[in-house]
Design a protein around this ligand. Structure first.
Ligand code: GLC
Length: 419
C-alpha cells in the first residue's frame, strides 16, 4: 500500500470513527456533538467515498433549524456530561437541544459540491434542503448585517474563530461580572497553552448567559449585546454560499427570486471589509466602524467569495514566506502572533482548502498549488490534528479530527487532485 492510499484509509477511518449515526462529531471527547461548519466540511469528505452518507450529514445538520431560520452552531443530539457549556447553559429554542448562535454558512456550498458528485441521485434531497438553506440565509440577511452590509458575529464562537486578535478590543470592553463559577472541560482534554485564556472564556460564557436570558430573540440581542463584529469569515462564506444556492436553484429549476439582488448586497458588504490602511480584508467593529488591524486566514477567503484583490495576493506571497505550512490564522509579523494558540497563529487545514479552492478559481494557480502542497505535507507528516503550528508543522489541539480528515480526502490528498 502506498503512503498516500494509507493516509486516505486513515482519513476515512477517522470520519467513520467519529460518525455517531447520521452525523459526525469533530473529535471524540473534546467536541462530542454536531458542529455546524465542521459537519458541512465532513459532508464534502464523505462525498469522496460515500455520497449517501454525505447527504445524511447535511440533512441532520439542517434538521436542527429553528423556526426563525437559524441553524445552530452545536446540535446536542445526545447528552454528554463531559462537555461545557452544554444544553442546560445554552437553552436553545429549536427542535433539537442546541446552542443559541450560528456558525459561518458553509453548508450551502457543500450541498452544491455533493450534488455535483452525483446530480441524479442528489436531486431529491437537494430539492428538500434548498428551502432550508434559503431560510437560513434569509435569517442572516435579516439579523446579522451591519449598516454597510457585512455579516456580523454576535459571539466569538459564531464566526468560528474563537480567539482571533480581531475580537480583542471588544472583548476588553466586556465586564463579565456575575458570570459565576464554572468548570472548563476543554483544558482537561488538551494543553491549556493551545486554548483560549480564562480572560476570553469568562466573556464567552457571559455572552451565552446574556443570550439565554433574552431567549435568543435576535432583535433583543442586537440591542443588548456588547459584542458585534463585522467578520470576513461570515461575510465571505455567506456570499459564496449564496452564489451556490442560486446555482442550485437554477440547476434544480426552483424559485430563485431576490437572490441576485442579495448577492449584490453581500458583495458590497464584503467590499466594506477592505481596510485601506492595511490593504487587506479585516474585521470591523460594528459599533464604531473601526478596523481591527489584523490580517487573518479569513482575509484570504476573498477569492472563494469571488471578491479577491491583487493587493491581498501580495500579502499572501509575504505570509507564505514567513511560514513552512499553510496559511497562519494571524500574520506572523503581527504583535499578537502565537504559533500554537488556536486562532492566533496556527494553520487550519480546512481554511487552507477553502482559500485554495478560491485561489484556483480566480486563476491564481501557483498560489493555489503552494497551499495544497504545504497542507498535504503538513497532514502527511503530522497527522489529522485539529490545527497545526505553521512554523514547524507540529500538531495541536484535538487528534483524529474530522474536518482535517475530510479536507485530506476532498482536497489535500493526491487522490483528490486526480479525481
Ligand atoms: C472550535 C473552533 C470552531 C469549531 C469547533 C469544533 O470551537 O474554533 O471553529 O467549529 O471548535 O471543531
Amino acid at each position: 500500500m502506498t503512503i498516500q492510499s494509507d493516509l486516505d484509509r486513515q482519513a476515512r477511518d477517522i470520519l467513520r470513527g467519529n460518525d455517531r449515526g447520521g452525523y459526525t462529531v469533530p473529535t471524540a471527547g473534546l467536541y462530542p456533538y454536531q458542529w455546524n461548519w465542521d459537519s458541512a466540511i465532513c459532508a464534502f469528505g464523505f462525498a469522496t467515498f460515500d455520497v449517501p452518507r454525505a447527504w445524511s450529514e447535511l440533512e441532520s445538520l439542517l434538521s436542527g433549524q429553528w423556526d426563525n431560520g437559524m441553524v445552530p452552531h452545536i446540535l446536542f443530539h445526545k447528552p454528554d456530561p463531559g462537555y461545557f457549556p452544554g444544553p442546560d447553559v445554552w437553552q436553545g429554542i429549536g427542535p433539537i437541544p442546541s446552542s443559541g448562535i450560528t456558525q459561518p454558512a458553509v453548508a450551502g456550498s457543500m450541498v452544491r459540491l455533493v450534488y455535483e458528485r452525483d446530480p441524479d441521485a442528489g436531486r431529491e434531497v437537494a430539492t428538500r434542503l434548498y428551502p432550508k438553506l434559503r431560510a437560513w440565509h434569509r435569517w442572516f440577511l435579516d439579523w446579522r448585517l451591519d449598516s454597510r452590509g457585512a455579516v456580523c458575529s454576535t459571539h466569538p464562537w459564531e464566526a468560528g474563530r474563537d480567539n482571533t486578535p480581531e475580537w480583542d478590543r471588544q472583548m476588553e470592553r466586556i465586564n463579565p461580572e456575575g458570570v459565576g463559577e464554572y468548570t472548563r472541560r476543554d483544558t482537561g482534554h488538551v494543553d491549556p497553552s493551545m486554548r483560549p485564556t480564562k480572560f476570553d472564556y469568562d466573556r464567552y460564557i457571559w455572552l451565552v448567559q446574556l443570550g439565554a436570558r433574552l431567549q435568543w430573540d435576535p432583535a433583543a440581542l442586537n440591542a443588548a449585546s456588547p459584542f458585534r463584529m463585522a467578520d470576513p469569515t461570515m461575510t465571505f462564506l455567506l456570499l459564496r454560499a449564496h452564489r451556490d444556492v442560486l446555482w442550485l436553484g437554477e440547476a434544480l429549476d426552483l424559485e430563485t427570486d431576490g437572490l441576485t439582488d442579495e448577492i449584490a448586497q453581500l458583495e458590497k458588504g464584503a467590499d466594506s471589509l477592505w481596510n485601506p490602511v492595511l490593504a487587506s480584508f479585516d474585521g470591523r467593529d460594528a459599533f464604531d466602524g473601526s478596523f481591527a488591524g489584523c490580517i487573518s486566514n479569513a482575509s484570504y477567503l476573498c477569492w472563494w467569495a469571488g471578491v479577491g484583490r491583487p493587493e491581498q495576493a501580495k500579502h499572501y506571497a509575504k505570509v507564505m514566506e514567513q511560514v513552512q505550512y499553510g496559511l497562519p490564522s494571524y500574520q506572523p509579523d503581527g504583535p499578537h502572533f502565537d504559533s500554537r494558540r488556536y486562532w492566533r497563529g496556527p494553520t487550519w487545514a480546512f481554511i487552507n482548502m477553502l482559500a485554495g479552492m478560491g485561489l484556483a478559481e480566480a486563476g491564481l494557480t501557483k498560489e493555489a498549488a503552494l497551499l495544497r502542497e504545504t497542507t498535504r505535507a503538513l497532514i502527511a507528516e503530522n497527522g489529522f490534528a485539529e490545527y497545526f503550528d505553521p512554523l514547524d508543522g507540529s500538531p495541536a489541539g484535538g487528534k483524529s479530527f474530522s474536518w482535517t480528515a475530510a479536507t485530506w480526502l476532498a482536497w489535500a490528498s493526491p487522490s483528490a487532485e486526480e479525481a
